[in-house]
Design a binder for this molecule. Sequence first.
Ligand code: F6P
Length: 328
Amino acid sequence: MEVIGIEDGYHGVIHNRYRKLEFDDVSGILTLGGTILGTSKTANPYRYAVKKGKKLEFKDMSATAVENINKLDIDCLVCIGGDGTLNIAHHLFKDGILIVGVPKTIDNDLRGTDITFGFDSAVYIATWGIDRIHSTAQSHHRVMIVEVMGHNAGWIALHSGIAGGGDIILMPEIPYDAEIISEKVRERSRKGKRFSIVVVAEGAKPKGGDIVIQRIVKESSDPIRLGGIGFVLGEQIEKMTGIETRTVVMGHLQRGGTPTPFDRVLATRLGSKAVDMVASKKCGYMVGVKGDSLAEVPLEEVAKGPRTVPLGHPLIEDARGLGTCFGD
Ligand code: F6P
């Protein structure tokens, strides 16, 4: 097989930026985070942002994208990414491009797969952060809030919260009540635990309230960047409990550095299966993980929207059984 690497995701497709990839280009990248080809969170061929002076206009560049891909005379376009990337991939497939999808996002919020690669590494870093926060929380008798990523899904908060021994875990799927959180903190104090660790997903919101937006990226087809809920909540808890409360935002630390062994193995399995699918011309599918096996999942299924944490998820029940508060 000959492999062509497209630079900066769909930007490269629209602007014809690509290079041939040889064995030497990929040899040794197993231990790296990020991507050697670059990526883009703003380039959607169906809604491509173009600056006209100070104004931003959106153009449908999909015909150019399809033409450029066809000119490359490739047998298959392998799209690696999260829900944004694979949604666009589904549209391109409907427009006649042969596509195989590979699930990669720290958020773990893709339909059609139990897990995405990147998630385990993000959970590892978030847990690492929570572990270190314990020292200050315990020594200084504080409430420490750790805000983690995950977009509109609570997978990272749930897993790192349990792994890091969070006393309170807040996720977008379970709107919280600040009074219930404060009561949990007070109850711990009464029992002699003079500190509490709160793990909050960036997309968490109070009952009847809204998410906290950090910035709007106008060029992006999903323009909302979340962040800051930890600070809002911190002020509330401090006021309600009288206990000093501090917030740490894990942010992009979760998306960087060397991947965990689990993610390296998962990426290898998914990549290998994707190559088999290309060879057998099984296009219009994403390779997904179902239990111990790999599955071919129609892109149509993947494009149905993000996969959030189901309310009856066994991990939530297990954590509740151990006394973890979910703010509800
Ligand atoms: O989708 C991955 C992710 O890291 C989300 O968890 C987060 O909401 C978002 O991307 C952050 O995006 P950016 O790097 O543009 O701030």
